[in-house]
Design a protein around this ligand. Structure first.
Ligand code: DX5
Ligand code: ZN
Length: 218
């Protein structure tokens, strides 16, 4: 089953001094999701923001807030992210020994539940929670920073996950090093949600970049 292409700019590469205006700008530029990278300086070697800042930017757009939690533990904070305005909450398989319980909790909060896999993690990590998932996020760089190079070995993982998903209504998202050059292979491998941080925010014309990414994907 092919699912609709979604473009998800990551505000990790936005200008934090004017974050609300940046969110409004990517909304006006035609993004589908706003990808929000939450980092704890423990699970990944960088720190970003948490629920209060997500709550502050929530009124800036009605687009889907796609919250990527790179935090360990995540489970005690899931309700805070739901209350702050997340629509999709994604936890890392490597950071959660009780993945099944976290997914149930996210869905019980009325939110879509995602699992992310680091480049070194096998697709088998999600085999037994597939029926509880709304989204799988394949990291195509080691998480922590924007602007890194796409790791080509992840294409095989994307293909395998697309097979595993079959007819289930699960989105397959790819995050890290996605730009107009790498995106075609990612889509051909079976991904339909495309995160792009530096590719979108490094230029002045966000609309042109989002349009070019969408054209390359479709
Ligand atoms: C990395 C983050 C990504 C990052 C992608 O840990 O999860 O969302 O912002 O940035 P680019 O698109 O620049 O690789
Ligand atoms: Zn991310």
């Amino acid at each position: 089953m092919s699912r609709e292409i979604k473009i998800a700019p990551s505000i990790l590469s936005a200008d934090f001094a004017k974050l609300g205006a940046e969110v409004e700008a990517i909304d006006a530029a035609g993004c589908d999701y706003v990808h929000i990278d939450v980092m704890d300086g423990h699970f990944v070697p960088n720190l970003t923001f948490g629920p209060p800042i997500i709550q502050c930017i929530r009124p800036c757009t009605t687009k889907i807030f796609d919250v990527h939690l790179m935090i360990n533990p995540a489970q005690p904070y899931l309700k805070d992210y739901a209350d702050a305005g997340a629509d999709i909450i994604t936890v890392h398989a490597e950071a959660d020994p009780h993945l099944d319980r976290s997914l149930q909790l996210i869905q019980s909060l009325g939110k879509k539940a995602g699992v992310s896999l680091n480049p070194g993690t096998s697709e088998s990590a999600i085999e037994y929670v597939l029926d509880k998932l709304d989204l799988i996020l394949v990291m195509s760089v080691n998480p922590g920073f924007g602007g890194q190079s796409f790791i080509p070995a992840q294409l095989e993982k994307i293909r395998r996950l697309r097979q595993m998903i079959g007819d289930r209504p699960i989105d397959l998202e790819v995050d890290g090093g996605v730009n107009v050059d790498t995106l075609k292979d990612v889509v051909d491998a079976g991904a339909n949600v495309l995160v792009a941080g530096s590719a979108v925010f490094k230029g002045d014309d966000y609309g042109a970049t989002i349009g070019a990414l969408r054209d390359a994907a479709e």
